[in-house]
Design a protein. Structure first.
Length: 208
């Protein structure tokens, strides 16, 4: 890997899953807290599989701790449900690879925002953060409209596979884009916002 001095050095590296497995295999008392944490997380996830409402409540608690309003949280959850129904349709109609999901999602997003997902993240000055967790109420609403429209169009034409689903993706995004432009023409304000909750949270801490 490239070091700060500009030279490359042979470096041991691993993904998250491998690192967690290594932690489990360490025969040391110092590793016990991490092992206990992994066991708890695993137990919690198994409980959520048996009772999905626990996962929803965990998400609500997480967003509350980050200072999101109840209105925003409700809109985020509605958007996630719309998203899940769309991805379920794709899975059932021969769109199964993660890169295919990403491609279709990007078509929808770019069609209604005029920005790719990565460009939207850069616009909001985000790096590894989840874009939807930093959307405004309006951005969440129009994202949901685009994905809802995409699914309903795909269902109506019974789109199968990646290539056929590209058409509903573009059409669904266009419906949300038309609605966005109509709203912007009436308000004089852009729906696509540079704001993110990172800066808001930092500003709040400074005020405190």
């Amino acid at each position: 890997m490239l070091a700060l001095n500009g030279k490359k050095y042979l470096t041991d590296a691993a993904d998250v899953e491998t690192i967690l497995r290594l932690i489990q295999s360490i025969p040391s008392k110092k590793a016990e807290p991490f092992k206990l944490w992994l066991a708890k997380v695993g137990h919690d996830r198994l409980r959520e599989i048996a009772d999905p409402e626990r996962a929803i409540n965990r998400s609500r608690d997480y967003w509350r701790r980050l200072g999101r309003s109840e209105k925003w949280i409700q809109q985020r959850l509605i958007g996630q449900e719309v998203r899940n129904k769309l991805t379920d349709y794709w899975k059932d109609h021969e769109v199964t690879k993660s890169d295919e999901f990403a491609l279709l999602s990007n078509i929808i997003h770019k069609e209604w925002t005029d920005l790719s997902i990565n460009e939207h993240k850069e616009f909001k000055n985000l790096k590894n953060e989840n874009l939807r967790d930093h959307m405004s109420d309006a951005e969440l609403v129009f994202t949901a409209l685009a994905e809802l429209s995409t699914r309903q169009i795909a269902e109506s034409v019974e789109a199968i596979g990646l290539e056929e689903n590209k058409i509903p993706a573009k059409q669904g995004g266009a419906i949300a884009k038309n609605a966005r432009q109509e709203l912007e023409s009436k308000t004089g304000k852009s729906v696509i916002s540079k704001n993110n909750f990172i800066h808001r949270n930092n500003d709040k801490k400074e005020l405190e």
